[in-house]
Design a protein around this ligand. Structure first.
Ligand code: ADP
Ligand code: MG
Length: 637
């Protein structure tokens, strides 16, 4: 092959190709079209925005707004790449207050679709219209229309089949478009006085799919999008420091889910999916969230535009925060305070529901063998819930055990229950109807009063004025030990219990080095350990709080955590984990028989500790059944 010297191999790309390349970054699917057009409508000062979709947006996305509009001169430039009204000079990039600024959304879209803009500026009698198809621009023609702007994007990727093939089913694309609109709706709520909000309406295939009124505040919008069950349980976050302000809502930990779809951050009104902000929310739930789940929260963050760089991501969904560290602590604390206020109790209702579902499933599989009466470690919930006809007979449940309230019951090896008369002093209270004066008195005098029933040496059951609760003794004790230890460490006065003979633990040389390096900070958390030869350490003392000490286990746990995190054992996050593990080791294990007075002592400690609804690993410590739920379960209502 001969190469011509005069004809270069390099050529400057045509504008259409350049725009299609940009579209590759900015316009991925119909939902990205919706996002960019919504941004433009918001930037134009709209108060009502209507989104019409066909075939999940693949056939059509049309966005109508009542914003400031564009005159003919602007219409002629709107489809031009890098044409924007939102920036002029380089310095403007340092304090962007609009959602858009790159001037490439309309140009990108028009290079891969059949696009049309109609617009009538506020205060003018007539509007104009311009069409662009696959990058081929038409002329501006006059158009009669109300004030505002209508942008239509039809047949997305009609000229780029390779990209069209990446689109999913109509329902999937629609769901993504809805997600964008719902985030936008939550990004622009009305304030307390009902002002300043933007209304959104979505029609799909001509049918109304979603709408929020401009006057709805954030709480009302969350309720509209996610329903009353969630909205009712939200706690408000509100805090301010200098020009930094956060407000919004967080849900109790039990609403957490695998995906982050119910986690929304808005920075200066811009919906974001920013990793740092997601970390902050997760940190605020530390210790009350099941590992691997994403908390549910809707948070508006207001920062001085100078302290944010939004120009780091083509889709503008990530940002760079200046002074991230100090912001981090402030936000985590503000959110955590609200998280701790959420209702962390596990409602029995959800348990009843899940048992019902299980029953329904097992009814469908009637050919399976009868599960038989509960084994020694049978689940308490199965005993309490009415069983389907094919299940174990109700007689196997504790409800029919003789004198169930007379003492602590533990399962006999063959199932069924033996009732041990432990103290048997208090007269058995009956669970009475709501509003009974007798039980009101009973609880006014002493609301921790027993008797308590212990099941399977694991669960404690006690009557409440309006139902009963089941407590997981191990989970509760673990939570208490953890809280108490954490408080002592925080106050800098962990009581150390010196061991009469130090316990020797064999380790590797590297582990011994690790321990000696951190000996001082280990001391601060109540573990007194020193090297004892090359491959051994001696444990001299451990925190008094820790019952049934297992010094070797504690030391190995700590080494494990330090080695993994590379941090000192009293660094805050490491400390939490070390304390979790230590409290787990020390706790009353499932399997301890407890008498009435030790149960009572445990409940009193729980009351004093305050946060006792979940164990440090976020399993619930107690499940409450209200009379109302019992009535439902037994079909009395
Ligand atoms: P950017 O939003 O980054 O400026 P776009 O390509 O999205 O770039 O839009 C280009 C310009 O078109 C905007 O800067 C704005 O002046 C104008 N524009 C776009 N949509 C609207 C709208 N709905 N109402 C008024 N002006 C609009
Ligand atoms: Mg834009």
């Amino acid at each position: 092959m001969t190469e011509s010297v005069t004809e270069p191999r390099i050529a400057v790309l045509s504008e259409v190709v350049r725009n299609q390349i940009a579209a590759g970054e900015v316009i991925e699917r119909p939902a990205s079209v919706v996002r960019e057009l919504l941004d433009n409508a918001v930037d134009a000062g709209a108060t009502r925005i209507t989104i019409d979709l066909e075939e999940g947006g693949m056939r059509l996305v049309r966005i109508t707004d009542d914003g400031i509009g564009m005159g003919t001169a602007d219409l002629g430039l709107a489809f031009e790449a890098h044409a924007t009204s939102k920036l002029r000079k380089p310095e403007d990039l340092d304090h962007i207050a609009s959602l858009g600024f790159r001037g490439e959304a309309l140009a990108s879209m028009a290079s891969v679709s059949r696009a049309k803009i109609r617009s009538r500026p506020r205060g003018q009698d007539i509007g104009g219209e311009i069409v662009e198809e696959g990058g081929q621009r038409g002329r501006i023609t006059p158009a009669g229309m109300p004030e505002g702007t209508i942008v239509e994007v039809r047949d997305l990727f009609f000229n780029t089949p390779a990209r069209r093939r990446f689109l999913k089913r109509e329902q999937t694309e629609l769901a993504r478009c809805m997600d964008v609109v719902q985030r936008a709706a939550l990004a622009h709520p009305a304030d307390e006085s009902g002002a300043g909000g933007i209304g959104f309406t979505v029609n799909h295939g001509g049918r109304r799919a979603f709408d929020v009124e401009p006057t709805m505040d954030l709480a009302a919008r969350i309720r509209r999008v996610f329903g009353a069950e969630l909205a009712e349980e939200l706690e408000r976050v509100e805090s301010q420091k200098g020009t930094t302000r956060i407000y919004g809502y967080v849900a109790p930990p039990r609403f957490a889910r695998r995906d982050a779809r119910r986690q929304m951050w808005f920075l200066n009104g811009r919906p974001l999916k920013d990793k740092v902000l997601m970390r902050i929310l997760k940190d605020a739930y530390r210790g009350v969230l099941v590992h691997g789940l994403q908390p549910v929260g809707f948070l508006h963050l207001w920062l001085d535009p100078e302290s944010v760089d939004v120009n780091v991501h083509p889709a503008k969904s990530e940002v760079r925060l200046r002074d991230e560290r100090s912001l981090f602590g402030f936000l985590v604390n503000a959110i955590r305070e609200a998280v701790m206020r959420t209702n962390m109790a596990t409602p029995g209702e959800s348990m009843i529901d899940s048992v019902r579902r299980r029953e329904e499933r097992s009814l469908q599989r009637e050919t399976l063998p009868d599960p038989g009466p509960m084994g020694a470690r049978g689940r308490v919930s199965e005993a309490w819930i009415p069983r389907s006809p094919g299940g174990a007979s109700p007689g196997a449940g504790i409800g029919s055990a003789p004198a169930p309230w007379g003492g602590a019951a533990t399962p006999a090896p063959q199932g069924g229950y033996e009732v041990r008369d432990v103290h048997g002093t208090a007269p058995p209270p009956s669970v009475e109807g709501e509003g009974s004066p007798e039980h009101a008195d009973w609880h006014a005098v002493d609301d921790l009063r027993g008797p308590y029933l212990q099941v399977d040496r694991t669960y404690l059951i006690r009557a409440l004025p309006d139902g009963f609760e089941i407590i997981d003794q191990h989970a509760l004790h673990e939570r208490l030990t953890f809280e108490e230890l954490r408080k002592e460490v925080g106050d800098g006065k962990v009581e150390i219990q010196q061991l009469l003979t130090p316990e020797l633990v064999d380790l590797t040389q590297a582990e011994v080095a690790l321990v000696s390096e951190h000996a001082e900070s280990l001391r601060r958390i109540g573990v007194h350990v020193e090297p004892f030869g090359e491959k051994t350490v001696a444990v001299h003392g451990i925190p008094v709080r820790i019952r049934r000490p297992d010094p070797e286990g504690i030391v190995r746990d700590i080494i494990d955590v330090i080695a993994r995190t590379g941090k000192a054992p009293d660094a805050e996050d490491v400390l939490e984990e070390v304390l979790h593990r230590a409290s787990c080791r020390s706790s009353i294990m499932a399997g301890d028989a407890l008498d009435q007075s030790s149960i009572r002592a445990l409940l009193e400690r729980a009351r004093a500790a305050g946060t006792d609804q979940t164990c440090p690993h976020a399993r619930p410590t107690r499940v409450k059944f209200s009379l109302h739920e019992l009535e439902k379960a037994f079909h009395r209502k």
